[in-house]
Design a protein. Structure first.
Length: 546
């Protein structure tokens, strides 16, 4: 019983000592680098066990090794009666008196021994890491080169395939047109596509090659700094651009909404004014049907300008000095270089609301006579009777006399007139009958109102007769005049009246009349030149026998 009491007392005393002085408990922990033991910790410090101290030292050493900072320098530094193992001025482990007692050495001797062991272990780790690092860099470099070659081959193959596809469809490529206006010819469009494809191909090759070089040079410490700097120069603008795009998304949303609303308004205006121009709806007295489409164009232009007024502040760079300078330069260019254009536009607006003609009308603008093909605010396109297209600027059209042959032709008829000169020996009533008979035979001449004849002058040797006829086909003036003149000739020939213009004395002396033979009678004989001489005084008759 006494022995058992002594054993229990000893066990309790041992437990008490272990709880009060944990640093004295015998534990060991190894500090290793790449699987090699540098030294063994046999004592704890305060509440830290040898294992915790060894783990902390291993983490610090691993951080230094992962940073790749070689070679490293190990030294012992005394701080607050403690000796610290330092690697490149970074503390790794504190050597205490408990460590020295556990090793049976002084702390100074233990510090020198552990420092030498640490330096040797780090040197071995450096050599091993250098070999592994070199091998890894060579593998990565080879993989980068192989991947680059494969990627470049794929890009080249894609470029070749796309180019072959373009060449196969070269003849079928359409020209770029906008509302019937050819903006880019098909051949120019093909060359533009080929050049754009070549630029994209070159850009892809440049990006892949530059990325490969950066990856290769970033593997080596000697060139890593340059590679990182170059990569930063390339990457930073891209990042800034992406940030700018992301930050611009709210403004882009507002712009899209403005564009959407503007398109809806323009669509509604187009439908309303198109129906007004067709007569389906009436906007009178505010807008006449003839000017419905131009009015719609003006209103749509104003809507677009208002939308641009709201969009402009939302554009990137709006309000900057560069934008203000560009605005001033563009304004000066427009004001100095578009004086005639602005004048033509204003004249075109005035002509639009004057409504001097419509599409298809036969008009005469200055020296140009023809049919209206197109009318814009800048110009009017006229097709002459000789099938010539003439562009008349709006300013020129407004500043000259304009004649519209079609405006009253459908309702009251257009009066076409032609003149003939007949001698006084022909009865004027017969001349009227022949002219009216010719008008009655002519196509596209209206029966009502009836044609009429005016005697416009009584000259010295003839009378001028003017025949006036009505027609509702002003675009066929040339054909009507030609047929009317033919019928006038036939009518006068049938009446055996000569149309002799310009005037002259008729001294034929037996010559045949100008009337065709089929219109002359069978008993017709040319008149001879006749002269009668009469002497009033026979005494004054000359003696021809002397």
């Amino acid at each position: 019983m006494k022995k058992a009491t002594i054993l229990v007392s000893s066990l309790c005393l041992w437990v008490f000592v272990a709880e009060v002085y944990p640093q004295q408990v015998s534990h060991t922990a190894r500090v290793e680098v790449n699987g090699q033991t540098l030294f063994v910790l046999r004592a704890g410090v305060g509440s830290f066990s040898p294992e915790e101290r060894a783990e902390a030292a291993r983490k610090r050493l691993q951080t230094i090794m992962d940073s790749g900072r070689y070679p490293v320098k190990v030294e012992v530094r005394e701080v607050d009666s403690q000796r610290l193992l330092m690697v490149d001025s970074q503390p790794i482990l504190a050597i205490t008196e408990q460590d020295a007692r556990a090793e049976g050495q002084t702390s100074q001797e233990l510090a020198r021994r552990w420092a030498a062991s640490l330096q040797e272990g780090l040197n071995r780790a450096q050599a091993k890491s250098a070999r592994l690092t070199l091998l890894r860099r060579m593998i990565i470099t080879g993989l980068v080169i192989l991947g680059t070659l494969l990627l470049l081959a794929a890009i080249r193959n894609a470029h070749r395939r796309i180019r072959q596809g373009l060449n196969a469809r070269r003849e079928r490529l359409p020209a770029l047109r906008f509302r019937g206006l050819e903006l880019i010819r098909a051949e120019t469009f093909f060359r533009t596509l080929v050049q754009s494809l070549l630029l994209v191909y070159g850009g892809c090759v440049l990006i892949v090659g530059l990325g490969a070089l950066l990856l290769i040079f970033a593997q080596f410490p000697q060139t890593r700094g340059y590679a990182l700097q170059l990569g930063y120069w390339i990457w930073k603008p891209l990042v800034d651009i992406m940030r700018g795009i992301v930050s611009y998304l709210p403004n882009l949303f507002y712009i899209l909404m403005i564009v959407l609303v503007t398109r809806v308004i323009l669509r509604i205006l187009a439908i309303v004014f198109d129906q007004a121009a067709r007569g389906a709806i009436s906007l009178e007295p505010w807008v006449h049907a003839d000017v419905a489409r131009p009015t719609g164009q003006i209103i749509k232009t104003l809507v677009i300008l208002v939308s641009l007024f709201f969009v402009a502040p939302l554009l990137p760079g709006a309000g900057t000095r560069a934008a203000q300078g560009i605005t001033i330069i563009v304004g000066l260019m427009i004001s100095l270089g578009s004086t005639s254009t602005v004048g033509n536009v204003i004249a075109g607006v005035v002509l639009t609301y004057m409504r001097p003609f419509k599409l298809g009308d036969r008009v005469k603008i200055g020296e140009v006579t023809g049919d209206i093909l197109e009318r814009t605010f800048l110009y009017t396109r006229v097709l002459t009777i000789k099938n010539e297209e003439v562009i008349v600027p709006s300013l020129q059209a407004l500043s000259t006399a304009m004649v519209n042959y079609s405006s009253r032709a459908k309702g009251q008829g257009l009066i076409l007139h032609t003149s003939v000169t007949i001698g006084y020996d022909a009865p004027w009533r017969d001349v009227h009958d022949f002219l009216l008979r010719a008008a009655d035979r002519t196509r596209n001449v209206l029966k009502a109102p009836k044609p009429f004849v005016l005697q416009t002058s009584l000259d010295d040797f003839f009378v001028t007769y003017q025949l006036n006829v009505f027609t509702d086909q002003p675009n066929k003036q040339a054909d009507i005049y030609s047929e009317l003149h033919q019928n006038i000739q036939d009518s006068f020939n049938e009446g055996e009246i000569e149309i002799m213009s310009p005037h002259y004395f008729q001294v034929r002396d037996g010559n045949t009349t100008t009337i065709p033979a089929r219109y002359r009678g069978t008993d017709y004989t040319p008149q001879r030149f006749r002269v009668e001489a009469r002497l009033a005084d026979p005494a004054r008759q000359p003696n021809l026998g002397k």
